[in-house]
Design a protein around this ligand. Structure first.
Ligand SMILES: Nc1ncnc2c1ncn2[C@@H]1O[C@H](COP(=O)(O)OP(=O)(O)OP(=O)(O)O)[C@@H](O)[C@H]1O
Length: 250
C-alpha cells in the first residue's frame, strides 16, 4: 500500500537547514496496522506530512499502491495531532466536512453517516459543538471524519496522547474492534510502547541521528487482541526488547 524508498528531507531556514531524514526506507502492507515510535523531534509528524503531500521530499520515492503520485494531497486519510474540529460546527457538520469538500451530495450519504455516528457512540451528540465533548469524544469525531473521507490508508498522529489512562484503554478496545471491521491500513504515531505493541502488526523505530538506520519490530501476538494481553509474558518480553532497542539508540 505504502512504500517509501531512500527518503531524504531537510527543513530550510534562511541559509541553513535541519536534516530530518537521510535515505529513510519503509513500507506498509495493505490491511496492516503499523506504529511509528521515536524520540521527540525525530520527525514522526514530518514523515506523516510528507506522506500526506503537505511537504515535498528533497529526494527519494513515496509510492502508494505501487505508484509514485506527484500530488499526494487528499490521497490518504490524515488525522493530525490536534483534532482540528471546527468549533463553530456541530459534530454532524464536522463529520460531513469531507463530503462538502469533495462536493458529494450529503443527503445521499446521510443514512450511512447516521449509522457511523451510532457505531462511534456519538448519536446523542450529533448536534453538540466540540467544546461540549470530552477529549475521547472529540478524538472519535475527528477519527470518524477521517474515515468518512474514504481513503484506504489512514495516518493517525498520536490520537490518544492527551487522554487519561482509563479513556485511552477504552479507546484501544474500541479501535481494535473497529480496525478489525474496517479493514483499513493504518499508520499510527505514538510515544506509548504498550499502545504500540497492543495495536500493531509491526513497529518502526525512527532513527534519532542522521547516520542511524530505521529499525523494525514484528509483533507476532495473536488477534483479536484484548487489553488484558499486556499482562502476558510474551507481551512483557516484547516491551522489554523494544525498550532495550530505544535505550541503545538514544
Ligand atoms: N515547519 C517547520 N520548520 C522548521 N523545522 C520544523 C518544522 N516542523 C518541524 N520542524 C523540526 O523538525 C524536527 C522534527 O519535528 P516533528 O514534529 O516531525 O518531530 P516528532 O518526532 O513528531 O516530535 P514529537 O514527538 O515531539 O511530536 C524538529 O526538530 C522540529 O523542530
Amino acid at each position: 500500500m505504502l512504500s517509501i524508498h531512500d527518503l531524504t528531507f531537510s527543513f530550510q531556514h534562511g541559509r541553513g537547514k535541519t536534516a530530518i531524514f537521510n535515505k529513510l526506507s519503509m513500507h506498509v502492507n495493505t490491511g496492516e496496522f503499523v506504529s511509528i515510535i521515536g524520540a521527540s523531534g525525530s520527525g514522526k509528524s514530518t514523515l506523516f506530512r510528507l506522506i500526506a503531500g503537505l511537504l515535498e521530499q528533497n529526494s527519494g520515492d513515496i509510492q502508494l499502491n505501487g505508484e509514485r503520485i506527484v500530488n499526494r494531497l487528499g490521497t490518504v486519510g490524515y488525522m493530525p495531532q490536534k483534532d482540528l474540529l471546527l468549533p463553530w460546527k456541530t459534530v454532524l457538520e464536522n463529520v460531513l466536512l469531507p463530503l462538502e469538500i469533495s462536493k458529494v451530495p450529503k443527503q445521499k450519504k446521510m443514512s450511512e453517516i447516521k449509522e457511523w455516528l451510532s457505531r462511534f457512540g456519538l448519536t446523542s451528540y450529533e448536534h453538540a459543538y466540540p467544546h461540549e465533548l470530552s477529549g475521547g469524544m472529540r478524538q472519535r469525531v475527528a477519527f470518524l471524519r477521517t474515515i468518512i473521507a474514504g481513503r484506504e490508508l489512514i495516518l493517525l498522529d498520536e490520537p490518544f496522547g492527551a487522554l487519561d489512562a482509563l479513556t485511552k484503554r477504552n479507546m484501544h478496545k474500541w479501535l481494535l474492534e473497529l480496525w478489525g471491521e474496517l479493514q483499513k491500513t493504518v499508520l499510527f504515531i505514538t510515544h506509548d510502547l504498550e499502545e504500540a505493541i497492543l495495536l500493531s502488526d509491526r513497529i518502526y523505530l525512527l532513527p534519532s541521528g542522521e547516520s542511524q538506520k530505521i529499525q523494525e519490530v514484528h509483533v507476532d501476538l495473536p488477534r483479536p487482541r484484548r487489553s488484558e494481553i499486556v499482562y502476558q509474558q510474551e507481551f512483557i518480553e516484547l516491551r522489554k526488547n523494544l525498550e532495550c532497542l530505544i535505550h541503545d539508540k538514544t
